[in-house]
Write a protein that binds this ligand. Structure first.
Ligand SMILES: Cc1cc2nc3c(=O)[nH]c(=O)nc-3n(C[C@H](O)[C@H](O)[C@H](O)COP(=O)(O)OP(=O)(O)OC[C@H]3O[C@@H](n4cnc5c(N)ncnc54)[C@H](O)[C@@H]3O)c2cc1C
Length: 444
């Protein structure tokens, strides 16, 4: 099977690249072995929450100069600020077309999203059902917040959230209450705790009569509030519509809170991206896994998957976006760390004793979080020092950044995936027009 672009990995990096390639008319396929990190994420798109030295970032794009000084090898510094901005603008517009409204602040600041721990995390884009607390005055417009769970739901404890939230000085004058909604259906589900997870609850609340009963109980339990915070238990693709309906039924402004996995807010993003990609004619080989590749003349010639052992997949350009340790894009062995498909060169790996900080909560990143594939300015990896002309990397597989401590996970994944797609598109266009690269440069 021959493609223009073949993408290994179906996370936010791989899908961003795939959608952009499919938009440009490239014959594209994605091979996705399993669930991506989106199933565990908040569903908000982090751009840059902290600099590598731990300093809090309020205006992410203004912080790029400091990032360049502190971590010149950071993926953002490789691709440049304007490419990051273009990619995030593209993502926001593309997702809006899929019906997922992602909002940023007008003044180019991060906003804060509430965590189940009652703390705040800085982020750049949040879904319309997630209240964006302003960076400098998070309590703005709020005098009464109700934190509501579902009776017996173990994945969200509103008392814990309330306890910590009330300790934040700006919330000293905000009344914070907690409540639990009861429904007969929940009582039955609670008998088996494995069946009382967000995804199971979402199936119940899809039934409009049950949503009406839920709304009635919510009004009784809450009384009055400026903001009602509920765990994210509403639908996958259609969750935002369900919440709109619930807001109409109750008159409350509702804020969804991502809780323990599976994260419906993250899954909502993935579902929307996959639908968009498929609508553009893209192919996804879901549940298949790339096992190895063959190289010829400094290029990746073909790859082999678990399900297509003897039938190689061939493409002009390849992207590897298999994630970090979490998604098996990187593997730690007793004394070594490897990229398991192609054995790509990694950035310097310290001795095993220094893979992590001994203080788990150290403000400094754990070194293993920054481990990854070494890439050049075009995001091309190498093998034994030799760059591979038609292979690129994107997302969590890349080295020199910590998505969690720096709060930049999805931002890096989207912008590097988009950056790679633009290069693939440019190559493809050149090939169609049959203009040699050297000649094109001379003309330019
Ligand atoms: C628990 C958790 C919570 C997070 N929360 C947030 C958040 O709230 N906001 C935010 O911005 N960022 C968050 N991040 C970071 C962010 O989600 C990740 O950095 C980003 O999603 C990485 O995307 P990716 O596409 O590079 O990799 P992944 O999402 O890890 O996707 C990699 C994909 O490649 C597939 N794969 C692996 N090996 C193969 C193979 N051999 N063949 C085929 N497919 C393969 C995997 O199955 C997976 O589908 C979080 C990360 C984690 C781990």
């Amino acid at each position: 099977m021959k493609f223009d672009s073949l993408i290994i990995g179906g996370g936010v990096a791989g899908l961003s690249c795939a959608i952009r390639c499919a938009e440009a008319g490239l014959k594209t396929a994605v091979i996705a072995a399993g669930q991506s990190a989106l199933h565990f994420s908040s569903g908000s798109i982090d751009l840059l929450g902290r600099l590598p030295n731990g300093e809090l970032v309020t205006h992410p794009f203004e912080a790029f100069a400091a990032l360049e000084q502190q971590q010149p090898e950071h993926p953002y510094c490789k691709i440049g600020q304007s490419n990051v901005k273009t990619a995030l603008d593209w993502y926001q517009a593309m997702m809006a077309e899929c019906g997922v409204q992602l909002t940023a602040q007008d003044d180019d600041t991060n906003h804060l999203r509430l965590t189940p721990m009652g703390t705040f995390r800085a982020t750049w884009l949040s879904q319309q059902t997630v209240h964006p607390f302003p960076m400098f005055e998070p309590q703005q417009g709020l005098t009464r917040i109700a934190l509501v769970t579902l009776d017996g739901f173990r994945d969200f404890q509103p008392e814990l959230t309330a306890d910590n939230l009330s300790k934040i000085p700006q919330f000293a004058d905000v009344a914070i209450t907690t409540a639990a909604v009861e429904l007969p259906d929940f009582e039955i589900m609670q008998r088996n705790p494995c069946e009382f997870r967000s995804i199971d609850i979402s199936r119940v609340l899809r039934d409009e009569s049950k949503l009406h009963a839920f709304a009635k109980s919510l009004i009784q339990q809450v009384g009055q509030a400026d903001l009602v915070v509920l765990p994210s238990v509403f639908g996958n693709g259609d969750g935002a519509a369900t919440i709109k309906l619930l807001e109409g039924l109750t008159g409350f402004t509702i804020c969804e809170l991502p809780t323990m996995p599976p994260s419906l807010l993250g899954i909502r993003l993935e579902e929307a991206m996959k639908s968009r990609y498929k609508a553009l004619g893209g192919l996804i080989l879901a549940g298949d896994e790339v096992k190895r590749g063959e190289f010829k003349d400094g290029k990746l010639a073909r790859i082999y998957t678990r399900n297509h052992r003897d039938m190689p997949l061939v493409a002009d350009h390849f992207l590897i976006a298999t994630g970090s340790f979490f998604s098996h894009g990187m593997q730690a062995q007793r004394q070594a760390v490897i990229e398991p498909i192609f054995n790509l060169d990694l950035s310097t790996i310290p001795h095993r004793d220094n893979w992590y900080q001994h203080d788990f909560f150290s403000p400094q990143a754990h070194p293993f979080m920054k481990m990854g594939v070494k890439a050049n300015a075009s995001l091309q990896p190498s093998r034994q020092g030799q760059a591979i002309e038609n292979l690129y990397c994107a997302g969590a597989l890349l080295s020199h950044y910590d998505p969690v401590t720096e709060g930049c996970g999805s931002g890096v994944a989207i912008s590097t995936g988009h950056f790679v797609a633009e290069q693939m598109i440019a190559h493809h266009t050149r090939e169609i027009e049959n203009v040699p690269e050297q000649q094109e440069r001379t003309i330019a």
